[in-house]
Design a protein. Structure first.
Length: 253
């Protein structure tokens, strides 16, 4: 019986990996479409289905709008390249951050981190993300913080990073970036969108002068309502892929 099922199992895993590759490539291009990219820097990663501790990350040298499913690099938890596309290089700083979350959180099917200006600005704000908008209040219950330690080349930082992330799905890495983690690419990108939108609103609101804060009761109510935030991906992700296909098709090759 094992002989009969093994080929099918292998085929199923290959199909599952290709689906993850396609979704991750779409997420890269969506980041570029929204103007959140930073040349060839920052990273989105996804766990490869199957028993091996492998994950997919961008090749170091491609712009985000160029990423395709086949160009993504497969690496192990030590950062060693298992399978490469056209470019086999990966960014060691990106590996440090992403491997920490993938190794420390079995539920993290995908991890995304950006250097987008408004996100970095809020990460550097003394008070971090403030409850200035409904979007921000939907994020606060899911948010944690990690202090800056320098460019993330020190593997020892992984332990502290995963400790600070805890069971949250969003993080502001102080003076550095925003980060989200979710069960899959769709959920993780949805968290990313909400966090980035909250940061953008905060930067604009504070540039206008004194801000108005909602009541504590309203903040608590919105926090309770935010527990189903990840479910929004069921609606948003198919729409986002349609948007991408109309603007920059070809990610799934």
């Amino acid at each position: 019986m094992t002989t009969d099922t093994a080929p099918q199992d292998t085929t199923d895993l290959k199909k599952a990996e290709w689906n993850v590759r396609t979704e991750l490539a779409a997420a890269y291009r969506l980041v570029a479409l929204f103007g959140w990219d930073d040349l060839v820097f920052t990273h989105l990663s996804a766990r490869v289905p199957g028993p091996d501790h492998h994950f997919l990350i961008n090749p170091y040298g491609l712009l985000f709008h160029e990423i395709t499913a086949s160009s993504l690099v497969k690496v192990d938890q030590n950062g060693e390249v298992v399978e490469s596309g056209s470019i086999s290089r990966v960014n060691p700083a990106g590996f440090t951050i992403h491997s920490a979350v993938h190794m420390g959180r079995e539920d993290a099917g995908a991890v995304m981190h950006l250097h987008a200006a408004d996100g970095v600005a809020v990460s550097a704000h003394r008070d971090g993300l403030l409850p200035l908008s409904q979007t921000a209040m939907l994020c606060l219950e899911h948010l944690s913080y990690h202090d800056y330690e320098g460019v993330a080349l020190n593997l020892d930082e992984r332990e502290r990073l995963i400790r600070d992330l805890g069971d949250k799905s969003m993080m502001l890495l102080r003076n550095h970036c925003v980060l989200t983690a979710g069960k899959d690419v769709a959920e993780t990108f949805t968290y990313l969108y909400f966090l980035m939108k909250a940061c953008e609103i905060q930067v604009k609101a504070q540039s206008c002068g004194p801000v108005y804060l909602p009541s504590e009761a309203a903040i608590r109510t919105t926090a309770e309502q935010s527990q189903s935030l990840g479910m929004a991906a069921r609606l948003t992700w198919p729409a986002l892929v349609r948007l991408l296909d109309s603007k920059n098709p070809g990610h799934g090759v």
